[in-house]
Design a protein around this ligand. Structure first.
Ligand SMILES: *Cc1c(COP(=O)(O)O)cnc(C)c1O
Length: 232
């Protein structure tokens, strides 16, 4: 299976960067306001190295196990790479997650906040944290419900002492993403959060026009995955 028109990692990255720049221009923002996180789940170290050779430095992984297998060697060769956890995190993997990741996009419940907080203290490492919002209120999806988010952010900051800098969402499939992006931006603004992690291969240009500061793009860079993209 291949993505129509997909011609490899270097070209994929070039195309994504061009579209990011164009979306920034359309919305009166500078390209440096938006960070591209290359979502590389299921792709091996060679694919990641190819992206690094093209100057890509931030990568997103979904699974702690997969990241543990792939990244120690990559980090040893490329210490400047930045590793993001974009998939759901079990509390019993908090120790490994704090040790491995520079940014965690999927904080979605008090028990995880507590586990992360404890590990940050023990390891004296403080990854940047995003609160994941279940922006469409979907029963099967991870994330704090929109109506509970203000209170949860407050607890993360003051009860758990976490370095929360923004919000993350995955809008419901099969409907326009824009209203969900706008709602996420509104919830972030009222808590004084400036970072928005939103937008994937299908909607990152729209996400940027609606205020994204981090976009998480996988298949548009690496091609189609051989197993389903979403596990939440
Ligand atoms: C896989 C994944 C992405 C990237 O998805 P694409 O559609 O391949 O760009 C982004 N965010 C999360 C949370 C993901 O799991």
């Amino acid at each position: 299976m291949s993505t129509p028109g997909y011609t490899g990692i270097a070209e994929g990255l070039t195309r994504v960067r061009e579209r990011i720049t164009a979306a920034c221009t359309r919305s009166g923002r500078g390209p440096e306001d938006v960070r591209l996180v290359a979502a590389c789940k299921t792709f091996d170290g060679d694919a990641v190295r190819e992206a690094i050779a093209c100057g890509q430095m931030a990568f997103g992984e979904n699974y702690v196990q997969e990241a543990k297998a792939k990244w120690p060697a990559l980090k040893a060769d490329h210490p400047d790479t930045e590793l993001h956890l974009i998939g759901p995190l079990q509390s019993n993997k908090a120790r490994e997650a704090v040790a491995l990741f520079d940014v965690i996009h999927s904080l979605d419940r008090p028990s995880l906040a507590k586990a992360l907080s404890r590990q940050c203290e023990i390891q004296e490492r403080h990854p940047v944290v995003f609160v994941q919002v279940n922006i469409g209120g979907e029963p099967q999806k991870s994330g704090v419900l929109p109506q509970d988010t203000d209170e949860f952010i407050e607890a993360c900051r003051h009860l758990y002492g976490l370095n929360v800098t923004g919000l993350m969402c995955i809008p419901p499939a099969g409907e326009p993403s824009e209203p969900h992006f706008d709602l996420l931006a509104k919830i972030a603004a009222r808590s004084g959060l400036t970072e928005l992690s939103m937008g994937m291969s299908g909607d990152y240009a729209a996400a940027i026009e609606h205020g994204a500061t981090y976009v998480r793009v996988g298949s548009a860079i690496f091609g189609n995955r051989s197993y389903p993209p979403r596990d939440q």
